[in-house]
Design a protein around this ligand. Structure first.
Ligand SMILES: Nc1ncnc2c1ncn2[C@@H]1O[C@H](COP(=O)(O)OP(=O)(O)OP(=O)(O)O)[C@@H](O)[C@H]1O
Length: 282
């Protein structure tokens, strides 16, 4: 059951302030042949402050490119990106990324890895370690502070990656297939963990996944990108399922199934187009 304060928090989300805005964004790359390859075309997309937005779309359509643009790793060929109402024209300092691959240095222990972000920002060692211990506990790794990454399971290393990212308290969390390498059970645990942590912060999350069920279970909105080249926003769905959610159980909710059917109808067409392209190119 939702408490009253949770209810107010999620009601308020309907009119949240924009944190990330992509306005008429296109992205082109030059092929080695010199030909222009348009990956994204005229993307209009807003992620509100504290909002959890997932993006789904056929393989190769431009999801990671969209994330790179928001992170400021790449700049748009056309259009603008605004972060908290300011034009983004450099690395996005409010954002932190969690990728599919792990971020931990193998020669550093868990606490050294987790505290690193703060140390690099100039925090003294004792304070950084105190803060790291707190985040290690939050992600369920208390007792493993002195372990090296190779002494941990894949799921535990993913927890280290989350703690490494969350310790700097980013206002924007960019996640690219972050849990896709995990077995289903560990994945659900991590997803629930992520929701719990996110609910305690006001971070805006931009989450890339191939898994529509994961997108619906986690998000406030699911955005469908069309098949590339020149992918654009095909659908933008509000997921008004109650919170807090248990990602494993919410899938049995009839409202979840209705949303799944509706979004899948949109996504399936794009997956088929993308598949036809890939077969055509073989
Ligand atoms: N730096 C680059 N230079 C040239 N082409 C690029 C570059 N980055 C991405 N691309 C191309 O842009 C397209 C979209 O790639 P992107 O990785 O964004 O897709 P995606 O939707 O994240 O893919 P997947 O679902 O397979 O992870 C691909 O055709 C890719 O080859």
């Amino acid at each position: 059951m939702n408490t009253e304060s949770e209810h107010v928090r999620y009601e308020a989300k309907a009119n949240v302030k924009p944190m990330i805005e992509l306005i008429g964004v296109s992205k082109e790359f030059l092929k080695p042949s010199g030909e222009v390859h348009t990956v994204l075309r005229d993307i209009n997309l807003t992620v509100g402050k504290g909002e959890f937005v997932s993006i789904v779309g056929p393989t190769g359509c431009g999801k990671s490119t969209t994330l790179s643009l928001i992170a400021g790793f790449e700049s748009p060929t056309k259009g603008t990106i605004r972060i908290q109402n300011e034009l983004l024209d450099r690395i996005n300092r409010l954002a932190a990324c969690v990728f599919q691959t792990e971020n931990a240095f193998p020669w550093k222990t868990v606490i050294e890895n987790v505290s690193l972000g703060l140390r690099l920002r100039g925090t003294d060692k004792r304070k950084a370690y105190d803060e790291a211990r707190k985040w290690i506990e939050i992600v369920g790794l208390k007792g493993f502070e002195g372990h090296y990454p190779h002494q941990l399971s894949g799921g535990m290393r993913k927890r280290v990656a989350l703690a490494q990212t969350l310790i700097v308290q980013p206002q924007i969390l960019l996640m690219d297939e972050s849990f896709s390498a995990l077995d289903v059970h560990t994945r659900h645990l991590m997803e629930n963990e992520l929701l719990k942590i996110w609910e305690e912060t006001s971070a805006s999350v931009f989450f890339i996944t191939h898994d529509l069920e994961e997108a619906i279970a986690l998000s406030d909105r699911v955005v469908v990108l069309s098949a590339g080249p020149a992918a654009t926003v095909k659908g933008d769905y509000r997921i008004d399922l109650p919170r807090p959610r248990n990602v494993a159980e919410i899938r049995f909710d009839p409202a979840f199934m209705r949303l799944h059917e509706q979004i899948w109808n949109d996504l399936r067409d794009e997956v088929m187009i993308s598949y036809a392209h890939s077969v055509g190119h073989k």
